[in-house]
Each structure stands twice: as C-alpha cells, then as structure tokens.
Design a protein around this ligand. Structure first.
Ligand code: FES
Length: 105
C-alpha cells in the first residue's frame, strides 16, 4: 500500500495516518487505533488489518500491507456483500502465532 491509501475505507483513514498515530501514541493494544479518526469502528472490515499493522509496529517492522488499494477495496466489497472475508489466510488475524510472513506474493 502507499501511505495515502486508506486502510479504513469507512472513515478514510490512510496508512500514513495510522503510522503517525502509532509512532506518536505507541498504543499497547490494536483496538486503540480506533482513536485515530474512528478507524475500525464502521463495517469492521479493516480490523484484522489494523491488528496486523499494530503487530508490525510492536515488532519494529515496516508498517505496511501487501495489497493494492484496488484489491483491498474489492475484498471489502465481497466482505460487505457476503459477510465472508476472501483470502482469510492473508489477514493472519487473532492467531497470535507471530510468524506473519507467510503472505502470498
Ligand atoms: S473499513 Fe474500517 S470500519 Fe469499515
């Protein structure tokens, strides 16, 4: 993703804003990212991605998502239409395993 691409599409919260929020506030839990312009409090599509970005921040790694904005938005459309998350393995949500590097290329 590019910094100006939105991670939270409901509230137009860009990757840049989320990076700046985490750098400034160093939130101990991902749910606090909602304080950044309400990110994650709408349709909740972005919540696993916010958790992933938070994990990267905590680990001191590059805070980024390996999606184009078009792909990300298309996946959200599927989620909103069906309630299902396409490519669930990409989100690595709630596993807590910490590997996180096995994202498809
Ligand atoms: S995309 Fe973030 S709450 Fe809907």
């Amino acid at each position: 993703m590019n910094p100006d691409d939105d991670v939270c599409l409901c509230f137009h919260v860009s990757l840049r804003k989320i990076r700046a929020y985490m750098a400034r506030e160093d939130p101990p839990v991902a749910s606090l990212i909602s304080e950044c312009l309400g990110a994650g409090t709408g349709c909740r599509w972005c919540v696993p991605f916010l958790e992933r970005l938070h994990r990267l921040h905590v680990d001191g790694r590059e805070v980024d998502l390996p999606f184009s904005p078009e792909d990300y938005s298309a996946r959200r459309s599927v989620y909103r239409a069906t309630g299902q998350r396409p490519g669930d393995d990409d989100t690595d949500e709630e596993s807590g395993a910490g590997s996180g590097d096995s994202v498809g290329h």
